[in-house]
Ligand binder design. Structure first.
Ligand code: F6P
Length: 258
């Protein structure tokens, strides 16, 4: 029955949050590998979660890119009120994604759906170190980097290591190195092994992993049976304040190994 299903889901949510030692886990019915409706629901749930988490006053929300983030953004609803104003910024400089799933695009869509504002960070890919360093001195870039540093919320997804490395067109040498180090998960440009240890990092400006530890509100959104291993690896060492929004298919697979 529906009631049993709901109770079952709550049990799974509790088991997962206890297993990872995180603040909360919310599980959506279905499998986002092949059901778009799960992603629409992620949008609703992210909106409700941020509504609970974000305090009054001005919030700065740093967001990552990826297809999950991009789809979730499209289904968000209002988060703005007379007392609460939200500014969305990309969490890190370009890490090699297609335009529509870049963090800049995701933050713009989230701002428009929730009634907030956004600021973009324009750092092209493939720059020489010299150009990169001088670009960082630009006041307009400095300004956005300062906002990112002040963020009190981060929203990100989690991906499979080799899949993400290929999507970002990383070199053959890097691919070999990732395989040798048993990288299974990727999040915001960091690669993790099955124990959740960082094995590689793409050097980029913006938010670093150690900064995320100190941010009071962290929401991770990732689902699909295919991502279960990656989610489990990343979540093992995830900041304790993290809320994980996932789906039934990933959740059941994660708990199988427990
Ligand atoms: O690039 C940002 C990011 O959120 C990564 O942290 C993650 O590995 C990836 O996107 C997931 O991408 P997708 O949602 O397309 O699977």
């Amino acid at each position: 029955t529906m009631m049993n299903q709901l109770l079952g889901m709550h049990q799974v949510e509790k088991e997962i949050s206890q297993y990872f030692g995180i603040k909360r886990c919310i599980v959506v019915a279905g499998n986002s590998d092949n059901q778009d409706k799960v992603l629409y629901e992620f949008g609703d749930i992210l909106t409700d979660s941020l509504d609970l988490l974000l305090p009054e006053g001005r919030n700065i929300i740093a967001v990552m890119g990826g297809t999950t983030m991009a789809m979730t953004a499209e289904y968000m609803g209002s988060l703005e009120s007379e007392k609460r104003h939200n500014l969305f910024v990309p969490a890190r400089g370009g890490i090699g994604e297609a335009m529509t799933v870049q963090a800049n695009s995701v933050s713009a869509v989230m701002a428009s759906k929730t009634g907030g504002h956004h600021r973009a960070l324009y750092v092209p890919e493939q720059l020489s170190l010299e150009t990169y360093n001088s670009l960082l001195q630009e006041p307009s870039i400095q300004e956005v980097l300062t906002l990112i540093e002040q963020s009190n919320c981060v929203v990100h997804s989690i991906g499979r290591a080799l899949h993400m490395a290929a999507r970002r067109k990383m070199s053959d040498d890097e691919m070999v190195m990732l395989k040798q180090n048993n990288a299974v998960a990727e999040s915001f440009g960091y690669f993790f092994d099955e124990e959740g240890e960082v094995v590689y990092k793409i050097p980029r400006i913006g938010l670093q992993l150690k900064d995320v530890q100190k941010i009071p509100n962290v929401v991770a959104i990732a689902g699909g049976k295919s991502k279960a291993k990656a989610i489990r690896a990343y979540m093992k060492n995830a900041p304790k304040q993290t809320w994980l929004i996932t789906d039934e298919a990933a959740a059941n697979e994660i708990l199988k190994g427990v």
